[in-house]
Design a protein around this ligand. Structure first.
Ligand code: SAM
Length: 634
């Protein structure tokens, strides 16, 4: 496309080692470091990545982590990547691991954890300038590798260099194969010291350098800024042992934290995450919304994580059967008409293809998510706990009533004022009950009742071999029955099972799939389960630090006046207090990314989501929106 090469076959690995590793003083700078962040412009065939991974795994301890951020506007398809990487048989093991988790070509952020979490690849699929603007990270070393500036000027703009400066640590370095004059001048203008060196092999010159004088960049929305976290020890409490809580506990444990999971029930996964099975699928959108981006990123990460768990534990009931969504609602029909999606992510099917995919005759067209599937949420919660059993301590029958911040620690109390523990960090993952604390009473969370029905299987229904979603859903047979879900009852916090809601579940099933009407009489309903899920007004979860309400009220109450961002102070949060809740009916898809996002914030890592998704998840968005409208908040 650019009339330039991805890498030279003659130079290849040696050129990468010379230009990018050696001129960023790698691996020397990795000595004694726990975490190192590289950012690259142009992922291409992944050769720089694979070569860097090779040196990282060769020289580093198991407990240190490489974060490799790479931006790519025109990602290679998996077969093309495989073909390109086959040129390096010495790296076959690394290439296989990359290919196993390489994402579908969906624009946006993709976090891929490799080699037992020793390497984290953050692939940003999109234009370099836009992606850098959306990135929240502090970079140690830059690889500037985006085709020759004369052939591809978009990769080498002053705005790209300005974003590099914003994202650099104070001692960040860079290197590039090019020594073009305007690249040198652009980097110097942003505070980098630039030196020339002899180019690789017979190439004349290249450049390298380091950050010399960092200029302070002005935040575009200081009310959404989150500054670096700092903890004197790694002891955390996660309140709530559902999927959001257990995923959070595991994400923290992976980063060396000791975590108490405080659960009010006799066992974990007893409430919203206690259904015998649930569906994992994305929520796609064609309007390029933050919501669609969040669910696409979350879905890919969840699929990868479940695949990885299944590889370690064959007994894990994750069924990646694919999932069909029938084109019944206006929303889905519109998506089918408009959508041009990557086939690995979602495919459009006509009624005949839908019927073949589902195993029963259906009259609707639909969307098909080939990587999606279904699983047992309670089993997943238990596996997450057991994978880090030395670090995750589940304490059941414990209800936390108060939290106090004393001497840089959160002290948790029960209803009788008994101290339950002291923690550097507390994450509230207890659904709608997350707002029962003084510090969080303003969180706009609502409990919504949902009931599922279990219907007896029969010869006809047994044919269903993947989850079918409509307004509700039906799952393939499990222990002689099918789960049919689910009702959605706002303002109802009862969890008794109601025959009226079984009827509703059946009605909605039969409306979507009238073909099976004769095979499921009402008496087929064996039983069911009702539980509460926490939802928010904008249907996005609440994930992030808890705002310091006094500070927010004091500094941002006049946001409606529309003064310049520079007039406002950077946001302040209650140190070490976070929430991960409000996942509604999509917790299986959204919890794992949300947990990783929190753990990344708590451990000052590059964030696995774009700034706009970060802001769409921040609990304080509701405060900011109210200030901007001039509304009072209770
Ligand atoms: N680092 C790669 C490797 O190790 O294989 C080689 C990168 S190749 C020389 C340059 C890459 O930049 C190409 O994959 C190209 O698609 C990508 N690219 C070009 N223009 C871009 C832009 N504006 N934004 C993001 N990526 C771009």
């Amino acid at each position: 496309m650019f009339n330039d090469v991805y890498f030279s076959r003659e130079g290849g690995v040696a050129e990468t080692e010379y230009v990018f590793l050696r001129h960023n003083q790698l691996p020397q700078r990795w000595q004694h470091c726990q975490q190192f962040v590289i950012a690259e412009t142009g992922f291409g065939s992944g050769l720089n990545f694979i070569t860097t991974v090779h040196h990282w795994l060769d020289t580093q301890q198991n407990d240190s982590q490489l974060f490799y951020i790479s931006i790519e506007k025109y990602p290679l398809s998996k077969p093309d990547l495989q073909q390109a990487l086959s040129a390096w048989p010495q790296f076959a093991e690394y290439c296989d691991e990359l290919l196993r988790y390489y994402p579908a070509a969906i624009p946006g952020f993709h976090r891929i954890s490799l080699f037992n979490h020793r390497v984290n690849l953050l692939l940003l699929l999109g234009d370099v300038e836009t992606m850098l603007q959306q990135l929240h990270a502090k970079v140690d070393a830059w690889y500037l590798d985006g085709f020759a500036p004369a052939k591809n000027p978009d990769m080498w703009t002053d705005r790209v260099f300005a974003e590099m400066a914003r994202l650099s640590k104070s001692d960040a370095t860079f290197s590039s194969f090019t020594a073009a004059g305007h690249v040198r001048r652009g980097l110097v203008a942003q505070g980098f010291k630039v030196a020339k060196a002899k180019g690789f092999a017979n190439k004349r010159e290249m450049i390298h350098g380091h950050m010399q004088q960092q200029t302070q960049s002005q935040s575009r929305s200081p009310w959404y800024d989150i500054s670096a976290a700092s903890f004197i020890a790694k002891r955390a409490a996660v309140i709530g042992g559902g999927i959001a809580g257990m995923a959070t506990a595991q994400s923290l444990a992976k980063r060396g934290w000791q975590v108490d999971v405080l659960e009010r029930n006799a066992d974990i996964a007893s409430e919203g995450s206690g259904n015998p099975a649930g569906v994992l699928l994305p929520r796609i959108s064609i309007d390029n919304s933050a919501e669609g981006e969040f669910y696409a990123t979350a879905y890919q990460l969840a699929v990868n994580e479940l695949t990885s768990i299944k590889r370690q534990d064959a007994g894990f009931d994750w069924y990646p059967s694919g999932v069909v969504q029938l084109a019944i609602s206006e929303r889905i029909m519109h998506q089918i008409e408009q959508g041009t999606f990557d086939q690995n992510f979602v495919q459009t099917l006509n009624a005949e293809q839908v019927s073949n995919m589902c195993g029963i005759k259906l009259e609707h067209a639909g969307l098909y998510y080939p990587q999606a599937g279904w699983l047992k949420p309670d089993q997943l919660c238990k596996i997450l706990a057991s994978q880090s059993a030395d670090q995750i301590h589940v304490r059941c029958n414990i209800t936390v009533k108060h939290l106090d911040y004393v001497a840089r620690q959160w002290r948790a109390y029960d209803a009788k004022q008994n101290v339950l523990g002291d923690y550097n960090c507390v994450v509230l993952a207890n659904a709608a009950a997350a707002k029962q604390f003084n510090q969080t009473s303003w969180l706009p969370l609502k409990a919504v009742r949902g009931q599922i029905s279990y219907i007896a299987s029969n010869d006809r229904l047994k044919q269903i071999h993947c989850p079918i979603c409509y307004e509700g859903y039906i799952l393939p047979e499990m222990h002689q029955y099918h789960i049919v879900g689910a009702t959605f009852k706002p303002d109802d916090t009862s969890v008794v099972i109601r025959s009226t809601e079984h009827r509703q579940n059946l009605d909605s099933l039969l409306q979507a799939i009238p073909e099976i009407a004769d095979s499921i009489p009402e008496q087929n309903v064996i039983s069911g389960r009702a539980a509460l899920r926490a939802t928010t007004e904008d249907r996005m979860p609440l994930v992030g630090p808890v705002a310091d309400r006094q500070f927010f009220d004091h500094h941002y109450a006049d946001l409606a006046k529309g003064r310049a961002a520079a007039c406002y102070a950077e946001a302040k949060y209650l140190p070490g207090l976070y929430v991960n809740t409000g996942h509604g009916a999509r917790g299986l898809t959204s919890s794992i990314l949300s947990a990783e996002l929190l753990a990344a914030q708590i451990n000052n890592e590059p964030l696995p989501v774009s700034m706009r998704v970060l802001q769409a998840l921040l609990p304080s968005r509701f405060l900011v929106r109210a200030y901007k409208k001039g509304h009072a908040i209770s």
